[in-house]
Design a protein around this ligand. Structure first.
Ligand code: ZN
Length: 194
Protein backbone atom coordinates (compact mmCIF):
# COMPACT_ATOMS: atom_id res chain seq x y z
CA UNK A 1 0.00 0.00 0.00
CA UNK A 2 1.34 3.42 -0.89
CA UNK A 3 1.93 5.80 1.95
CA UNK A 4 -1.01 7.99 2.88
CA UNK A 5 -0.16 11.64 2.23
CA UNK A 6 -0.81 13.96 5.15
CA UNK A 7 -3.09 16.93 4.49
CA UNK A 8 -1.45 20.28 5.06
CA UNK A 9 -2.91 23.39 6.73
CA UNK A 10 -5.22 25.15 4.29
CA UNK A 11 -6.88 21.89 3.22
CA UNK A 12 -10.61 22.39 3.97
CA UNK A 13 -10.96 18.84 5.36
CA UNK A 14 -8.91 19.89 8.41
CA UNK A 15 -11.65 22.39 9.33
CA UNK A 16 -14.61 20.02 8.94
CA UNK A 17 -16.35 18.36 11.86
CA UNK A 18 -15.71 14.66 11.29
CA UNK A 19 -18.57 12.16 11.21
CA UNK A 20 -18.92 9.33 13.76
CA UNK A 21 -17.98 5.86 12.55
CA UNK A 22 -21.25 3.91 12.44
CA UNK A 23 -19.86 0.54 11.44
CA UNK A 24 -16.44 -1.05 11.59
CA UNK A 25 -16.11 -2.22 8.00
CA UNK A 26 -13.40 -4.07 6.10
CA UNK A 27 -11.66 -0.88 5.06
CA UNK A 28 -11.12 0.44 8.56
CA UNK A 29 -8.17 -1.81 9.56
CA UNK A 30 -6.36 -0.81 6.37
CA UNK A 31 -6.96 2.87 7.05
CA UNK A 32 -5.71 2.47 10.64
CA UNK A 33 -2.62 0.66 9.42
CA UNK A 34 -1.92 3.45 6.92
CA UNK A 35 -2.40 6.12 9.58
CA UNK A 36 0.00 4.38 11.97
CA UNK A 37 2.55 4.01 9.21
CA UNK A 38 2.34 7.72 8.29
CA UNK A 39 2.51 8.77 11.96
CA UNK A 40 5.55 6.62 12.70
CA UNK A 41 7.34 7.61 9.50
CA UNK A 42 6.85 11.31 10.20
CA UNK A 43 7.77 10.85 13.86
CA UNK A 44 4.42 12.08 15.17
CA UNK A 45 2.78 11.17 18.48
CA UNK A 46 -0.72 10.99 17.06
CA UNK A 47 -2.78 11.33 13.91
CA UNK A 48 -6.47 11.92 13.18
CA UNK A 49 -8.30 10.50 10.14
CA UNK A 50 -9.07 13.94 8.61
CA UNK A 51 -5.31 14.45 8.32
CA UNK A 52 -5.22 11.64 5.78
CA UNK A 53 -8.33 12.83 3.98
CA UNK A 54 -11.02 10.83 5.82
CA UNK A 55 -13.54 12.97 7.65
CA UNK A 56 -14.43 10.34 10.24
CA UNK A 57 -13.96 10.15 14.02
CA UNK A 58 -10.88 7.97 14.25
CA UNK A 59 -7.50 8.69 15.85
CA UNK A 60 -4.24 6.90 16.54
CA UNK A 61 -2.05 7.92 19.49
CA UNK A 62 1.32 6.73 20.75
CA UNK A 63 0.79 5.85 24.38
CA UNK A 64 4.03 4.03 25.13
CA UNK A 65 7.62 5.07 25.32
CA UNK A 66 10.00 4.91 22.35
CA UNK A 67 10.97 1.37 23.38
CA UNK A 68 7.65 -0.34 23.83
CA UNK A 69 6.05 1.76 21.07
CA UNK A 70 2.47 1.11 22.12
CA UNK A 71 -0.13 2.71 19.85
CA UNK A 72 -3.85 3.03 20.53
CA UNK A 73 -6.39 3.29 17.71
CA UNK A 74 -9.65 4.78 18.90
CA UNK A 75 -12.96 5.10 17.08
CA UNK A 76 -15.45 7.80 18.10
CA UNK A 77 -13.23 8.97 20.99
CA UNK A 78 -14.38 11.52 23.52
CA UNK A 79 -12.99 12.98 26.70
CA UNK A 80 -15.21 12.04 29.65
CA UNK A 81 -13.09 13.53 32.45
CA UNK A 82 -10.21 15.98 32.60
CA UNK A 83 -8.25 17.59 35.40
CA UNK A 84 -5.22 19.76 36.06
CA UNK A 85 -3.46 21.88 33.47
CA UNK A 86 -0.14 21.78 31.68
CA UNK A 87 1.61 24.24 29.38
CA UNK A 88 3.84 22.98 26.63
CA UNK A 89 4.99 23.41 23.07
CA UNK A 90 2.94 21.53 20.54
CA UNK A 91 3.28 20.66 16.87
CA UNK A 92 1.21 18.90 14.22
CA UNK A 93 2.05 16.83 11.14
CA UNK A 94 -0.41 18.98 9.16
CA UNK A 95 1.57 22.11 10.09
CA UNK A 96 5.08 20.72 9.65
CA UNK A 97 7.83 22.21 11.84
CA UNK A 98 5.54 24.86 13.36
CA UNK A 99 5.36 24.94 17.15
CA UNK A 100 3.23 26.88 19.61
CA UNK A 101 2.47 26.88 23.30
CA UNK A 102 -0.81 25.22 24.17
CA UNK A 103 -2.44 24.73 27.54
CA UNK A 104 -3.96 21.28 27.97
CA UNK A 105 -5.30 19.16 30.78
CA UNK A 106 -2.75 17.19 32.77
CA UNK A 107 -4.97 14.13 33.08
CA UNK A 108 -7.76 12.94 30.83
CA UNK A 109 -10.06 9.95 30.66
CA UNK A 110 -10.95 9.08 27.09
CA UNK A 111 -13.65 6.67 25.99
CA UNK A 112 -14.00 5.14 22.56
CA UNK A 113 -14.13 1.93 20.58
CA UNK A 114 -11.07 -0.11 19.66
CA UNK A 115 -10.90 -1.83 16.24
CA UNK A 116 -12.16 -5.18 17.59
CA UNK A 117 -15.41 -3.40 18.46
CA UNK A 118 -15.07 -3.27 22.24
CA UNK A 119 -15.59 -0.11 24.21
CA UNK A 120 -12.68 1.11 26.27
CA UNK A 121 -11.96 3.80 28.81
CA UNK A 122 -8.36 5.00 28.94
CA UNK A 123 -6.60 7.20 31.42
CA UNK A 124 -3.73 9.32 30.22
CA UNK A 125 -1.53 12.04 31.64
CA UNK A 126 1.18 14.44 30.55
CA UNK A 127 2.24 14.16 26.91
CA UNK A 128 -0.21 11.36 26.17
CA UNK A 129 -3.14 13.40 27.60
CA UNK A 130 -1.94 16.27 25.41
CA UNK A 131 -1.88 14.02 22.35
CA UNK A 132 -5.42 12.74 22.97
CA UNK A 133 -6.78 16.28 23.36
CA UNK A 134 -4.90 17.42 20.23
CA UNK A 135 -6.21 14.53 18.10
CA UNK A 136 -9.79 14.83 19.34
CA UNK A 137 -9.59 18.56 18.50
CA UNK A 138 -8.84 17.53 14.89
CA UNK A 139 -12.16 15.67 14.75
CA UNK A 140 -13.89 18.95 15.53
CA UNK A 141 -11.91 20.94 12.97
CA UNK A 142 -9.76 22.56 15.66
CA UNK A 143 -6.00 22.95 15.19
CA UNK A 144 -3.37 23.72 17.83
CA UNK A 145 -2.74 27.16 16.29
CA UNK A 146 -6.31 28.09 17.29
CA UNK A 147 -5.28 27.57 20.91
CA UNK A 148 -1.68 28.84 20.86
CA UNK A 149 -1.11 32.52 21.72
CA UNK A 150 0.23 34.28 18.59
CA UNK A 151 3.48 35.30 20.30
CA UNK A 152 4.43 31.67 21.00
CA UNK A 153 4.43 30.51 17.36
CA UNK A 154 7.84 29.48 16.07
CA UNK A 155 9.60 27.24 13.56
CA UNK A 156 11.64 24.28 14.70
CA UNK A 157 14.82 24.55 12.66
CA UNK A 158 17.46 21.82 12.59
CA UNK A 159 20.73 23.29 13.86
CA UNK A 160 23.79 21.09 14.42
CA UNK A 161 25.38 23.87 16.51
CA UNK A 162 22.71 23.46 19.17
CA UNK A 163 23.03 20.74 21.76
CA UNK A 164 19.46 19.59 21.22
CA UNK A 165 19.97 19.62 17.44
CA UNK A 166 17.51 22.41 16.69
CA UNK A 167 16.63 26.01 17.42
CA UNK A 168 13.35 27.87 17.58
CA UNK A 169 12.71 30.90 15.42
CA UNK A 170 9.70 33.14 16.11
CA UNK A 171 7.12 33.46 13.37
CA UNK A 172 3.57 34.68 12.79
CA UNK A 173 0.43 32.94 11.57
CA UNK A 174 0.59 35.13 8.48
CA UNK A 175 4.04 33.83 7.58
CA UNK A 176 3.08 30.26 8.49
CA UNK A 177 0.04 30.45 6.19
CA UNK A 178 2.30 31.56 3.35
CA UNK A 179 4.69 28.67 3.96
CA UNK A 180 1.92 26.07 4.12
CA UNK A 181 0.27 27.48 0.99
CA UNK A 182 3.54 26.94 -0.88
CA UNK A 183 3.84 23.45 0.55
CA UNK A 184 0.31 22.57 -0.57
CA UNK A 185 0.97 23.85 -4.09
CA UNK A 186 4.11 21.76 -4.20
CA UNK A 187 2.15 18.66 -3.09
CA UNK A 188 -0.50 19.36 -5.73
CA UNK A 189 2.16 19.76 -8.41
CA UNK A 190 3.54 16.37 -7.42
CA UNK A 191 0.04 14.99 -7.81
CA UNK A 192 -0.29 13.92 -4.19
CA UNK A 193 -3.45 15.06 -2.38
CA UNK A 194 -6.03 17.50 -3.72
ZN1 ZN B 1 -2.31 17.50 14.62
Amino acid sequence: MTRLPIRIYGDPILRKKAKPVRKIDDQLPELIEGMIEAMVEDDGVGLAAPQVGQSIRLIVVKTGSEENGEIVSLINPHVVAASGTQDGMEGCLSLPTLRGKVQRHQQVTVQGIVPDGSEVSLEAEGQVARAFEHEIDHLNGVLFVDRAPADTLCWLIPDPDEECGYRLEATSMKEAKRVFKRLRSKQQAEGKPI
